[in-house]
Design a protein around this ligand. Structure first.
Ligand code: FES
Ligand code: FES
Length: 154
């Protein structure tokens, strides 16, 4: 049995050590926010935070998660469902087009801002390698700068 937490709730899963986390989140835990895009750790649509790091959940299996803390897009808002600063910045900048890729971008941006509260465009481009087929990259950069500004004022 593997025990870890998802969005601060304990999870115990038996007999599925080889199952990728993304499938467990979507099929077994009722958390469809992380999306399947490529399945090979390239597009970033499935990113979640694992112990604070942005990780493609399609490419880590449950057997590697013992004791880990997993936070999904659903877990970024607070218990009263208030949006996180990054989520609010996404709304304020009206970032999404189709929206499919955006949970992964928000997770990646959250991890970046935790490490670097005031990133440059170059820092953003280097740290966030997610793919958006709709081409929302300029708005994503604006939203990250907006969130960074909010963080610096708080
Ligand atoms: S589905 Fe995981 S990185 Fe593309
Ligand atoms: S908003 Fe459509 S793929 Fe990114």
């Amino acid at each position: 049995m593997v025990s870890f937490t998802v969005n601060n709730t304990s999870v115990d899963i038996s007999g599925m050590d080889d199952k990728p986390l993304l499938w467990a989140l979507r099929e077994d835990l009722g958390l469809p926010g992380a999306k399947y895009g490529c399945g090979i750790a390239q597009c970033g649509a499935c990113r979640v935070l694992i112990d604070g790091e942005s990780v493609p959940s399609c490419s880590i299996t449950l057997g590697n998660l013992a004791g880990a803390s997993v936070i999904t897009i659903e877990g970024l808002s607070d218990p009263d469902n208030a949006l996180s600063l990054v989520q609010q910045a996404w709304v304020d900048e009206q970032v999404p087009q189709c929206g499919f890729c955006q949970p992964g971008f928000i997770v990646a941006a959250t991890a970046l801002l935790a490490q670097n509260p005031n990133p440059t465009d170059a820092d953003i481009d280097e740290a966030i390698t997610n793919i958006c087929r709709c081409g929302t990259y300029p708005r994503i950069r604006r939203a990250i700068h907006r969130a960074a500004g909010t963080i610096s004022q708080s």
